[in-house]
Design a protein around this ligand. Structure first.
Ligand SMILES: *Cc1c(COP(=O)(O)O)cnc(C)c1O
Length: 388
């Protein structure tokens, strides 16, 4: 076969798990430990991060999921972690140490922001936060001891788009490693490694799992990082468990199908909302007036399944809309088959002072919609009745 397999073929087949029965759905190795036939074999497995030594080192079900994800991201290596935050920590702590400096986008995921703002300084690592929509800010933020540049695209709350190629170049110019959180885009829409980014991190809890039924993360990139990633997992203990890895393998097989639908539905809902008299503004990279539209067009196959909009009437209107939606559930997270909405001003950010919240771009009426795979007509109806 001369043709390179496409995304959906890889999503269903990539990776190898030796199984004497030829099980089409992979077995779950629900075991913490593995027996060695000889002491020599035990020593070999201990020294090589074998997939059959101890599950915190590796496990056959985890290994298969890692191989599959690596194939989808076009990466040489991948490790699965207990959560997206464990993946972020593994990727960052494999690169930086006391005395180092990092440049980070100001609009990253809240847990990541906390890691850079609170945890790393305690370990002697300084962070500079920049507006990532102008990649020159990464160049300006660099210092002689900058070891890492961190980016997330698209990013909350207004789906900010960052030019991945430009940030990777800024990082390499000063000898730093570029890490990108590819959770929102998924490898179906964007492949950061092909744009020069060194390491990709994921909250697999979102699109990769895709059914709101697991919490996992992953780090993917070149082979030279693999030993260090495994060491972080071995020492800090944030390893994935076999059953969740199996759920992930099941979910990932339909990633391309789901994301294609979610791209299309998000575009449709964005256009509907933009024409609605009760809506002040819509943020979606697929709309030509989104400030990141051109860059998104260059680096994304589709514009993703998350959009946000400002409803007229402020805080009260925002809460009314999210409480009246029927198919769209009021819940944090994104990327699964169920549509979810959040109204940050009344829920996740209710304890954040209003000025600070507004500075972060979270206006009173801002609602985020993470579309699922439901029929788009039903989601349109749902928005229409809630806005009415
Ligand atoms: C959810 C999320 C994370 C954290 O992932 P968990 O699986 O919840 O630990 C990191 N980055 C982004 C962009 C996310 O959406």
């Amino acid at each position: 076969m001369a043709r390179k397999p496409g995304f959906n073929t890889l999503a269903a087949h990539a990776g190898q798990l030796l199984d004497p029965y030829g099980a089409v759905s992979p077995p779950i190795y629900q075991t913490s430990t593995f027996a060695f036939p000889t002491v020599e074999e035990g020593a070999r497995r201990a020294g090589s991060y074998s997939e059959a030594f101890y599950t915190r080192w590796g496990n056959p079900t985890l290994r298969l999921a890692e191989q599959r994800l690596a194939a989808l991201e076009g990466a040489e290596a991948c490790v699965l972690t207990a959560s997206g935050m464990a993946a972020v920590a593994v990727a960052v702590l494999s690169v930086v140490g006391a005395g180092d400096h990092v440049v980070c986008a100001e609009c990253v995921y809240s847990g990541t922001f906390e890691l850079f703002r609170k945890t790393l300084p305690r370990l002697g690592v300084e962070a500079t936060f920049v507006d990532p929509t102008d990649p020159e800010n990464y160049v300006r933020g660099a210092r002689p001891n900058t070891r890492l540049m961190y980016v997330e695209t698209p990013a909350n709350p207004v789906l900010a788009i960052t030019d991945l190629r430009a940030v990777a170049e800024a990082a390499h110019r000063v000898g730093a490693v570029c890490v990108a959180d590819n959770t929102f885009a998924t490898p179906y829409n964007t492949r950061p490694l092909s744009l020069g980014v060194d390491v990709v991190v994921h909250s697999a809890t979102k699109y990769l799992g895709g059914h709101h039924h697991l919490v996992l993360g992953a780090v993917a990139g070149p082979h030279r990082f693999l030993a260090s990633w495994r060491e972080q997992l071995r020492v800090f203990g944030g390893c994935a468990d076999p059953f969740s890895a199996w759920l992930l393998l099941t979910g990932i097989q339909t990633l391309g199908l789901r994301v294609e639908r979610q791209n299309a539905t998000a575009q449709r809902l964005s256009e509907f909302l933009r024409g609605h008299p009760r809506v002040e503004r819509v943020y979606y990279p697929g709309l030509t007036d989104h400030p990141g539209h051109e860059v998104a067009q260059r680096q994304m196959r589709g514009f993703g399944g998350v959009l946000s909009f400002e409803v007229r009437g402020g805080l009260e209107a925002g809460r009314t809309v999210v409480e009246r939606l029927r198919w769209m559930k009021l819940a944090v997270s994104l990327g699964g088959v169920h549509s979810l909405v959040t109204h940050a001003a009344s829920t996740t950010h209710v304890h954040v002072p209003r000025e600070e919240r507004l500075r972060a771009g979270i206006s009173d009426g801002l609602i985020r919609v993470a579309v699922g795979v439901e029929d788009p007509e039903d989601l349109l109806d749902d928005l229409e009745q809630a806005l009415a």
